[in-house]
Write a protein that binds this ligand. Sequence first.
Ligand code: SAM
Length: 349
Amino acid sequence: MSQPDEHAKRHHRRASFTEEQQLYRPLTVEEDRQRTNIHYEQPVEFFYALTGGDWNVYSANLWTGSETETQSQERKLDLLAELMELRPGMRILDVGCGWGGPLVYLSKKYGVRGVGLTLSSLQKGAADERIAAHGADVTIVESHWKDYQDDEPFDVVFTDEVIVHFHDLGDFFQKVYGMLRDGGVMLNKELHFAHARYSEMTRAMSFINELYGQTGNYRTLAEELTLAGEAGFDVAAIRQMPLKEYQKTIDHWLANIKANRARLEEVVGRETFRRFQTYLQLCHHIHGGTRMTLDLVVCRKPMPVAGPALVARNSWGRSSTLTSNGGASADRATAGRCRTTRSGKATAG
Ligand SMILES: C[S@@+](CC[C@H](N)C(=O)[O-])C[C@H]1O[C@@H](n2cnc3c(N)ncnc32)[C@H](O)[C@@H]1O
């Protein structure tokens, strides 16, 4: 296709979607609540049948080495626990906690105290029932992350396929920074565009975005890392989860709803059932391609400098401060001025 043809096609594609259908729409707290609940306030029975397993995890699980839904959910949660370095007695916050399964599992297995945030009263009700059944040290709060206040700092704050709903991710990272103790960990698992060019709206994306109340804000991994750095975090680790794990998770969700079709059509209605089925089929297709990546980003809030600081200059010309625990944390002011030259070398200045 010649270049003008390609431009015309792109223009036509962009023009065929309304403002409402676009990604990255700045919504108020109340709009966020109403719109995300279009999706998550379908009856609990529907989502429990869809997700299956003991923990009803509504995000990609780890199927390699797992035979059952419960095993795939626990393998994924064990990976999160390892990356977050969970230890007994820690206090952790799960922003976007679904029906509480992940937090209850982590609390019981790793001896941590948990707080979970959700915008859905149905999710909170189901999570409270699960907590009581397991006697877990977990509290669920029905609150937007922007409204949540807590005086006691957290050791860990994490999200699992939630930050796609946040149009102001930089503000979220700053809020998490304020809620963590020094040296605390933030982990975010999310799908990312493999390149910014894939952010252009397609019919499939628009369909999926509508099913989620048009609250989508997919980004590239680079954008997420930039925002985390600007909030003051150091990136401790990045782990990619193969998309085939997501595809297999989706295939199980599809099989689950098809196996319970008659009952679930009564629970949510035929049209909603059909739309969820189409959504899962589209996700299966997307996750078989190369337009998205699925990444776990582990960040750490730097420890403050204790006593007279030793300032070293590393091979990138960036100053780092040797902290009391022996680790090196980037000087934020210097790091902010750090830029990359055409030769690929970073310079401070
Ligand atoms: C895809 S589900 C993921 C649930 C859970 N993390 C899991 O892996 O099973 C997204 C969750 O994020 C919550 N959520 C979305 N936007 C939120 C916001 N602004 N504040 C708090 N929770 C939010 C939804 O209510 C829902 O529980």
